[in-house]
Design a protein around this ligand. Structure first.
Ligand SMILES: Nc1ncnc2c1ncn2[C@@H]1O[C@H](COP(=O)(O)OP(=O)(O)OP(=O)(O)O)[C@@H](O)[C@H]1O
Ligand SMILES: [Mg+2]
Length: 494
């Protein structure tokens, strides 16, 4: 204002003195809590806690409220509209909270939140109460707010689409550790591991590790890998970030995505062996040193593939346990795969993937959990024959569960068990027939014979994509010297 009336320098002087004078006369102080601090990607935890605290404690006095409705959620929570005010009382002290926002004159180039407005809550109190407000009241508000949001928190499922931003829906998967069928001892071990993890904040700090834990879930399709991730999220009330690696174009994008995840979350990369040819890429390079350049078509194809996805194994490894992971804590990282043998050892070494969990075909113990969940029975005269059949046949829990589901209103537990026995017998018969087929054609065109011929092709350098991977694997094992940067960096990490 003063600059308009006076020359600029004089205006500044007058403004300074007026502010000082007002400061002496005004007995109140204000403290602002911003929604985003500096250039942080995450909403400030203090802001969120205050929002919850205020909506719970004093929204009655507010006329203009903002409804925060989460999709599919039956409940809403109300917070103050912009430029509203409420008062709170604490040990006889009156505190005023106002919600406000700063609208930037220039739109920021990169908008990381909704719009570029900078929202904040402003606390006003008497100067004489400053100490008690900052040392007692504010911590009390943050603590209460945290507790409320923790209680009302509904886990979210985030996915990355074509961009480097996460989109989310409410996570409402019914799978829990109770419904998860697996050997009780194994289940107990995993539960213990998870509970130890969430209680070990101080321990991780003490030993200088960032507070995260990696799980590798492997096993055939339909053995409960995805169900286990859902059960983990439900148990810990964590969000899930389902990272689709195929839509991440390069290492920078991956890093952006990983920093955009919040704490108390599970970062999931499903089918790590297929979602990106990470292992293949390292081998491609090695293969490239061999006779492949002779084949121009082949070379072009590979180059195209490389350009399409600049994400590398070393990028993934660095993002996961390098510098970037230090900015976040309390995170689980879960990889799933159907083919653990195809994964690069660097990816799954201990320290990155701390715990390897095999989910396998249904055993009798697993079946008992399913029978209890699906049919409400804990024992039956048919159980012994099912136990015997399960020992002789490989059937996934998904298939067993499917057979245990009543197909019509007339079906009861016994008929469902009989269905399962029939299915198990069929599976057993099929397996026997298949084995016999392989046996009878052995020497002519058996499975193993096929593979051998592929390897032979590959060695001659005329092979297709998959076969060349075999070559590469072999050359890698024989101590190939043309190693890629990926391995270097992972070595550096360890
Ligand atoms: N261990 C299990 N306990 C309970 N239900 C299971 C289990 N395994 C499979 N199921 C049932 O089978 C369905 C498929 O399982 P799930 O999606 O967890 O398999 P998956 O191991 O992730 O398979 P894929 O490798 O194909 O992703 C689930 O919806 C669940 O109903
Ligand atoms: Mg799955």
């Amino acid at each position: 204002i003063f600059q308009q009336w006076f020359p600029e320098e004089l205006g500044n002087h007058i403004e300074k003195y007026v502010r000082r004078l007002l400061g002496i006369l005004n007995p109140y102080i204000t403290i602002s809590f911003y929604e985003y601090n500096g250039d942080e990607y995450e909403r400030s935890e203090a802001y969120i806690a205050i929002e919850r605290y205020l909506s719970n404690n004093s929204s009655n006095g507010v006329k203009r409220l903002k409804a925060n409705v989460v999709r599919n959620s039956k409940s809403i929570f109300l917070s103050m509209e912009d430029y509203e005010e409420v008062t709170d009382e604490f040990e006889g002290i009156i505190i005023t909270w106002a919600s406000s926002k700063i609208i930037p004159q220039q739109r920021a180039l990169i908008a990381y939140n909704d719009g570029d407005e900078k929202r904040y809550y402003k606390l006003t109190c008497h100067r004489k109460d400053k100490d008690i407000i900052t040392k007692v009241y504010v911590p009390h508000v943050l603590h209460e707010g945290d507790a409320i949001s923790q209680k009302n928190r509904q886990p979210k499922l985030y996915t990355n689409g074509k961009s480097t931003r996460w989109g989310h829906i409410l996570f409402e998967h019914p799978s829990t550790f109770d419904t998860l069928a697996m050997h009780p001892e194994k289940k107990k071990e995993i539960l213990n591991d998870l509970m130890t993890f969430i209680e070990s904040k101080d321990y991780y700090k003490k030993v200088g590790k960032s507070w995260k834990r990696g799980y590798l879930l492997y096993g055939p399709p339909g053995t409960g890998k995805s169900s286990m991730i859902a059960a983990m999220a439900n148990l810990l009330n964590y969000d899930i970030y389902d990272l689709e690696l195929t839509s991440v174009t390069d290492n920078t994008d991956l890093r952006k995505l990983l920093i955009g995840t919040s704490s108390k979350s599970i970062i999931v990369i499903e089918d790590i062996d297929c979602s990106l040819d990470l292992t293949g890429q390292r081998k491609e390079k090695k293969g490239g040193n061999k006779g492949e350049e002779k084949n121009p078509v082949h070379k072009k194809e590979k180059e195209k593939k490389k350009k399409g996805s600049k994400l590398t194994l070393s990028g993934l490894l660095n993002s996961i346990d390098g510098l970037w992971s230090a900015c976040g804590s309390e995170r689980l990282i879960v990889f799933t795969t159907n083919h653990v043998e195809r994964l690069d050892p660097a990816l799954i070494r201990r320290g990155r993937m701390d715990k390897h969990i095999e989910l396998s075909y249904c055993c009798f113990e697993t079946f008992k959990v399913l029978a209890k969940n699906y049919l409400d029975i804990e024992s039956h005269e048919l159980f012994p024959s099912i136990s015997r059949l399960l020992e002789e046949t490989n059937m996934t829990p998904a298939d067993v569960a499917e057979n245990l589901m009543p197909k019509s209103a007339e079906e009861n537990a016994e008929s469902c068990l009989k269905d399962l026995i029939k299915a198990l017998e069929n599976a057993k018969e099929e397996a026997t027939l298949k084995a016999a087929e392989v046996y009878s054609s052995d020497g002519v065109l058996s499975d193993s014979g096929d593979e051998e011929s592929q390897d032979a092709d590959a060695e001659s350098g005329e092979s297709g994509d998959e076969e060349s991977q075999d070559t590469d694997r072999e050359s890698g094992n024989s101590g190939d010297s043309g190693d890629s940067g990926a391995e270097d960096s992972s070595d550096g990490d360890s």
